[in-house]
Ligand binder design. Structure first.
Ligand code: GLA
Ligand code: ZN
Length: 688
């Protein structure tokens, strides 16, 4: 067992920046008093502290950090120690300009901001190695140290000469010959053929911006470089502290209002393999005006589930806010009850922590108005502080849930490279690709019904699932098609849709018809994909009901599938829209058009019934009350969460015991606005 696994109970605490307060020993003392009061047991330190740790090149100051360790040790607390590469000292950027990034227009940045180092620079790598080694040697044996937090929210790209050289090497290594490269990137379009490797530059608006295969490879390269940099960072940590796990905090993104997904810019599926435990920074926009609370909760649940799925082991929420953020256009505080509800939602989906950004609110600069456990008023009486305190006390009541796992029979397929390709191509409807939003529409149906889903990549095991949901398989590799064949042949149920099987792994359109393995699985051959304008709708008839189509209608030819639904208008009236095909022992469904949430719900009804996927604890699901379950050897822990502003009724099949109130719970209960129950049930009950 590593050090983190040995910790009893949940990590509660978060980013702590005493390095901003060294001139105020009174405040530093007060921090610990307030941490004790609010049941904070963990601090994440040093994330951006390089300037303090190494104020001049080769001159180190660890005294303040020693003090943090001493203080945490004296209260049996835990330290998550960060490597400081997320923001470097000023002297370094000045003395070694190569550590600063160059943007896609060739401009070398000056010092400032953060998360903006060059990942190729040998000097930066050497400096990072040195400081990481010193941290590992100094604190590796410290009993408070439980986890390495490597850098911070890796992201972005660099176009400096060193990175360009790495890019050439990466491409050359992948394609070996210029002929193979020209083939893969379809270079003869617009006279793009290469006659020498030295002509190879990164994509940029000043040059190549329309070579789709190049763009796709650039994304892969950026992921590889980021992972490579991370690998370099962890070398000294792994060497000196093999029993301290390493993680880096992953992110979610929200490119538009109402969109919330794991970061799409880096291939986290690949990155995850180098982490000992997944961690991520969770900042959903609660109390917005564009969707009901349950919708925000559903998307947040999806992101948690995707992070769970990367390792299918408990993960950590490395950051969240106890009240508001500062980086939105409007930054709303959480309403009473929401802090507890949203934090328990993290635990419900498999987190073994609730950690905040940050413990004490900064006095100046960018984040001075970001929510924090201890505000500028320094008070233990503020609403936010009391919320955190209350939640900390609650967490102590459910210590036994730590480490518990999930059992999941439904998976949704997501691949980062498919998403890059899907969003890249011109044609069709540019704003209506919405790959992830489609996945979330399917996910929502299961979330409403309290049926758990994983969100997995094509590299992961499919065989443990009964149902695999894989719409819009735009880019699909040969080996993924083989895996899908095997999955269905051996009894799995597969659902896919329009916009599938269109390009290969170089983003080149598949010739000679739809890929043969997909034809075999689905028993159809898609033909034209009709693009609908905003507000334009046609219709599909399915099970005696009519549903409206939006954005895309796939016209298809049926080979040996059964037709479950037809188009009822437009020039493809009467042609198949929804099909089902028996393939080996399994079944494959194909949904030809983009259809409403109502259709999705009706469509899955039979599948859920025949596969017996219904939640075995909940009698009747309430779409705004989410139930998620974690299991250990003996018990099931059902988290029941009301994501609505009204009291709700929930009916269970069996009585249970609420860990938070320490009371028996009958089969039918009322749950308050934003209420949470954590219902414990002996496991053999759940087996029948
Ligand atoms: C990110 C960063 C933190 C902080 C928070 C604010 O998650 O990792 O350092 O800036 O955002 O929400
Ligand atoms: Zn660079």
């Amino acid at each position: 067992m590593n050090k983190l696994e040995l910790v009893k109970g949940f990590l509660h605490g978060g980013d702590y920046n005493p390095d901003q307060w060294l001139k105020r020993p009174d405040i530093l003392d007060r921090d610990y008093q307030l941490m004790d009061q609010s049941k904070i047991n963990t601090v994440t330190v040093g994330v951006f502290a390089w300037g303090r740790l190494e104020p001049e090149e080769g001159v180190y100051d660890f005294a303040w950090l020693d003090d943090v360790f001493d203080k945490m040790n004296s209260r049996n607390g835990h330290v998550i120690l960060a490597t400081p590469s997320g923001a470097r000292p000023r002297w370094m950027s000045q003395k070694y300009p190569e550590v600063n990034r160059v943007d896609s227009e060739g401009r070398r940045h000056t010092h400032g901001f953060r998360h903006n180092h060059c990942y190729s620079s040998p000097i930066y790598r050497r400096k990072v190695h040195e400081i990481n080694m010193r941290l590992a040697e100094r604190y590796g044996d410290n009993s408070a140290l439980v986890l390495w937090h490597v850098s911070n929210e890796y992201s972005g790209e660099c176009y400096c000469p060193l990175c360009q050289q790495k890019w050439r090497e990466w491409v050359q290594h992948k394609y070996k010959t210029l002929e193979a490269l020209d083939d893969a990137w379809c270079s003869s379009v617009w006279s793009g053929l290469y006659s020498d490797w030295s002509q190879l530059l990164p994509p940029s608006l000043l040059g190549d911006s329309k070579v789709h295969g190049m763009d796709l490879d650039w994304h892969r390269f950026v992921s590889d470089m980021t992972i490579d940099f991370y690998q370099h960072e962890i070398q000294p940590l792994k060497k000196v502290t093999p029993n301290i796990p390493v993680t880096t905090n992953f992110m979610a993104e929200s490119l538009k209002e109402g969109q919330y997904t794991p970061l799409t810019g880096l291939d986290y599926g690949r990155f995850a393999k180098s982490l000992d435990i997944i961690s991520w920074d969770s900042y959903p926009s609660w109390h917005n005006r564009y969707e009901i609370t349950a919708e925000t909760a559903m998307k947040t649940a999806y992101v948690h589930d995707q992070f769970w799925s990367l390792k299918q082991q408990p993960f950590l929420v490395m950051e969240s806010t106890p009240s508001c953020v500062n980086w939105g256009q409007y930054n709303k505080a959480k309403q009473p009850g929401m802090h507890r509800l949203s934090s328990f939602q993290q635990i419900a989906h498999g987190s073994d922590s609730t950690l905040y950004f940050q413990i004490r609110q900064a006095q100046g600069n960018s984040e001075k108005y970001h929510g924090a456990v201890i505000g500028h008023d320094d008070s233990s009486d503020s609403r936010v502080f009391k919320d955190v305190q209350q939640y900390g006390q609650d967490l102590e009541k459910i210590v036994e849930v730590k480490g518990a796992i999930k059992r999941v029979r439904v998976a949704i397929l997501f691949d980062w490279d498919r998403n890059w390709a899907l969003n890249r191509g011109g044609g069709f409807g540019r704003p209506t690709r919405l790959g992830i939003q489609v996945l979330q529409k399917h996910y929502a149906n299961f979330w409403h019904k309290d049926i758990e889903c994983n969100v997995i990549t094509s590299d992961m095991d499919f065989s443990q699932y009964d149902l695999l949901i894989a719409p819009m398989l735009y880019l699909i590799r040969q080996d993924t098609m083989k895996k899908l064949q095997k999955f269905v042949q051996s009894g799995g149920t597969l659902v896919s849709s329009y916009f599938s099987g269109m390009v290969d792994s170089n983003d080149r359109v598949n010739l000679d018809g739809w890929p043969k393995p997909l034809q075999d699985i689905f028993g159809i051959e898609p033909k034209e994909l009709d693009t609908l304008l905003p507000g334009e709708h046609y219709h599909v008839s399915f099970n005696q009901k009519e549903y409206e189509t939006t954005d895309y209608d796939q016209i298809m030819k049926v080979k040996n599938a059964s037709v479950l639904g037809y188009y009822t208008d437009n020039f493809y009236v009467g042609t198949p829209a929804i099909t089902r095909h028996q393939y080996g022992k399994g079944t494959a469904y194909y949904i030809g058009a983009r259809l409403s949430a109502e259709f999705i719900e009706d469509f899955y009804d039979d599948i859920i019934q025949s596969l017996n996927l219904d939640n075995s604890f909940v009698e009747l699901s309430n779409p705004v009350v989410s139930v998620q379950t974690r299991y250990n050897e003996d018990y099931a822990y059902h988290f029941v969460m009301n994501f609505s502003e009204q009291v709700q009724m929930v009916n269970f099949r069996r009585p249970s015991f609420d860990l938070l109130t320490q009371r028996e719970v009958t089969k039918s209960v009322q749950i308050d606005k934003y209420g949470v129950m954590i219902l414990k049930e002996r496991q053999n009950n759940t087996l029948h």
